[in-house]
Each structure stands twice: as C-alpha cells, then as structure tokens.
Design a protein around this ligand. Sequence first.
Ligand SMILES: NC(=O)c1ccc[n+]([C@@H]2O[C@H](COP(=O)([O-])OP(=O)(O)OC[C@H]3O[C@@H](n4cnc5c(N)ncnc54)[C@H](O)[C@@H]3O)[C@@H](O)[C@H]2O)c1
Length: 422
Amino acid sequence: MPKVTAALIGAGQRGARAYGPYGLEFPEELQFTAVAELDANRRMKFQEAHGIATENSFEQWELLLDGPKLADAVLICTQDKLHFEPAKRALEQGYHVLLEKPMAVTPEECVQLGEIAVKHDRVFAICHVLRYTEFYKQLKQLLVDGAIGQLIAIQHTENVEHRHQAHSFVRGNWRNSESSSPMILSKSCHDMDVLLWLADSDCTKVSSFGSLTHFRTEHAPLGAPLRCTDGCPVEHTCPYYAPKMYLEREDWAGLAIRKVVSDDMSREAVLHELRVGPYGRCVYHCDNNVVDHQVVNLEFANEVTIAFTMCAFTMEGGRTMNLMGTGGQIRAHMEKNMIELSNFSTGETKTIMIDAPAEGHGGGDFGIMRDFIHLVSEGGKEASLTGAKVSVQSHLMAFAAEKSRLESRVIEMEHYRLSLLG
Ligand SMILES: NC(=O)c1ccc[n+]([C@@H]2O[C@H](COP(=O)([O-])OP(=O)(O)OC[C@H]3O[C@@H](n4cnc5c(N)ncnc54)[C@H](O)[C@@H]3O)[C@@H](O)[C@H]2O)c1
C-alpha cells in the first residue's frame, strides 16, 4: 500500500500520545511530515520523534494550513472549540481529515462541516474510536448475524467513575459547557454514535433529564479550602484529595492521568501543579457546570428503544450494555471485554471473552488510525465507518438530548434537523 503522509494539529494527549505512535510503529504506512502545536516543548518532542523538518513545524494551526499542502492528510487533535475552523480549512485545502470528537461544539457547525466534507469528497473521519474496538465490532456482528433475533431494546450505561468525573468534568478541560461543550457531547457523543450504529436506523425522538447535583459549593465539607494543598480538614477521607489522586493511587488511571496534570511527571513537578494549577482545586470549589448524571431515552425509526444512563457515581469506569432481542439477550461489559449471549430457544448462555488490549480505548485508537490511513492510501474512494453522515446524526442526537434536558420536552429529530437548516 502506498505510504500516507500526515500533518498533526495539536500534539497533546490525543495527538501525540494516542495517534502519533501509529507512525512510529508502522513507518511503512504513515509518516508525519508537519506539526502545529502551541506549546514549544510538545512541538519539539513531536518534531524530533517523527523526524519532521524544522520549516514544517508551526506554532499555530493557521500557519500550517495557510501554506502549500504538506501532506495527504491532517489529524486535528486540538480542544473541542478548536475543531470546526481547522477542519473546514483543511477540507477546503484538499486534505483528508481525521478529526477528534466532538466534530464541533454547535449543531449548526456540525451540519455545516458534514456538508463541506461531502462537497470536497475527502476521507473525513471523526474519532469515534469505539466502533473500531474488537468489543463493539463483535457486538455489532452478533446483531448482524441475528444472534438475538430482531433487536428490540438496549439499556446502556456509561459508568463515568467518580474520580474520572472529578478529574475531567469538575477540575479538568471538560468541566464547563461554556469553555468546552455539554457533557452529553464531550463524554457521550461516543455512546450516541455506537448506539446509532447498533440500532441500525435513524433516531426519531429524544428525551433527557439530568443535573449537576453533587459537585457544588454547598456540598463542600466544613472548612474545606479552595485547594487541597491548603490544609484541608478532610484530606484523609475525601476521595478527591488531589495529592492522593495524582500521586498515590496507582490502582486508578495512575500514570496516564498524572501526565495530564504535568508533562514533567516527577513528584515535585506534579505537587507544584497541584498547588497552582486546575487539578489541585477542591472539587466543591471549581467553575464547573456540566452534569454529574444524565439519562437519555431514544426512539428509532425501526421501533428500537434505548435507555442510556451516564453517571459519575460509580466505583469503576466503563460501559455496560443489555441488548434485548426477540430471540435472545446480550449482556456486555466493555472494560471486562466480556459478552454473555443467551438464546431463548435453547435456554443456553455462553460467555465470549474478547481479546483486546487494555490501553488505547481497547484497541480503538490504533483501529481508527489503521482504517483512516488505509482509506487515504486507497485514494479516498470509500467513506469512513465514522464519516460525516453518521457523525452528524449522532452529534445531533447529543445536542437534542441537551436541548431536551434544558427545555424539559421531547425532541422530534426530523423537526430539529430541519430547524438547523434554517
Ligand atoms: N476520541 C477519544 O476517545 C477522545 C478521548 C479524549 C479526548 N478526546 C478529544 O480530543 C481532543 C484533544 O484532547 P487532548 O486531551 O489531547 O487535549 P490537549 O489539551 O492535551 O491537546 C490539545 C493540544 O492542542 C494545542 N493547541 C491549542 N491551540 C492550538 C493552536 N492554535 N494551534 C496548534 N495547537 C494548538 C495545545 O497546546 C495542546 O497541546 C479534545 O477535543 C477531546 O475532546 C477524544
């Protein structure tokens, strides 16, 4: 297969750590030839690791995209609010584009991006990595094979995990819908996408409820200071005490999360960040406004119904599912890589264990890279599994859920979609 060249915009956690390594592991498939990254250290590290020429290393994404074309494809891995403009510009410049989720932070921009992608006829893939995991591929295959007859309903839970909520959605980058996006989009556009795929039909109606109940100032323990490191009276019992979360709890996300707090992972550097940066703040004294629990009900044109719950207050993280069909049932646990398949005729239940790596979203990060690189290498004749059409629809499901939650009403998807067209 002809080798693909790519430019990276945003060499942060996702760009440099989730997708960048694909180029190092499969140099015969992919070569990074340019990078744009605001942070000088990150930019230099990526440039050196991938042997990128100094003249192709930029501080700002505009500088990379305003010049002559430097690669076949662009990977856009900046934060949520910086997806739409670079993606639009890259498509217009004739690049194939791999864009981190969410596509954009408004429904109008998502629709517009979908139209631009179709117009420019490039490979355009959104990083809905779940579709590329062995776990979800096998679930989908079981449904396609009719293993449970006709699919009737799905119960799906996104167990966010209490510390993950505190890290990302109370202290971290996705804590406030004004600076990033509503949590149903930032966290659960993955779930909307995979549910749309499994239901295999257009979504017709959406309703949702939820709120930010716990991580609020009025729930701060008596005497809790603004920062954990300022002598908190409950440091020994609070599960969110930052030095414990980031420096002691190796059982929990451990090193990966520590890297987010500080590029330099020494104890002194992390402690310094906790004293001055966002991750040392008391979880009850942050500027967060996104929900800590939300439910969404979905109805599809083929009459499949789905009840989805996202909740911060779980001991472990991960996705659990119950798929109910006319001929059987599937219970599935993504983090355990386990699928239980029951058959109503035989009365038997068999357990399928999936062989998937624990890291990189169960193999999804490299899975989407492999698929994208291959599609580009073949000249972009085929659409991505997570291309513009399905991604616009799943994003609109998330926006509709937020609208329903805020306006306390059922959203009819076709009316909603038409209203966005103006
Ligand atoms: N697909 C998934 O499963 C998944 C998982 C986590 C996060 N994400 C998404 O990935 C995206 C990136 O998240 P992250 O955790 O890697 O963020 P990050 O903050 O670690 O990385 C973003 C990088 O963009 C750089 N940047 C900012 N402005 C820039 C500019 N003008 N030009 C060039 N570079 C610029 C920043 O310096 C930073 O290094 C987010 O939108 C997030 O929602 C997706």
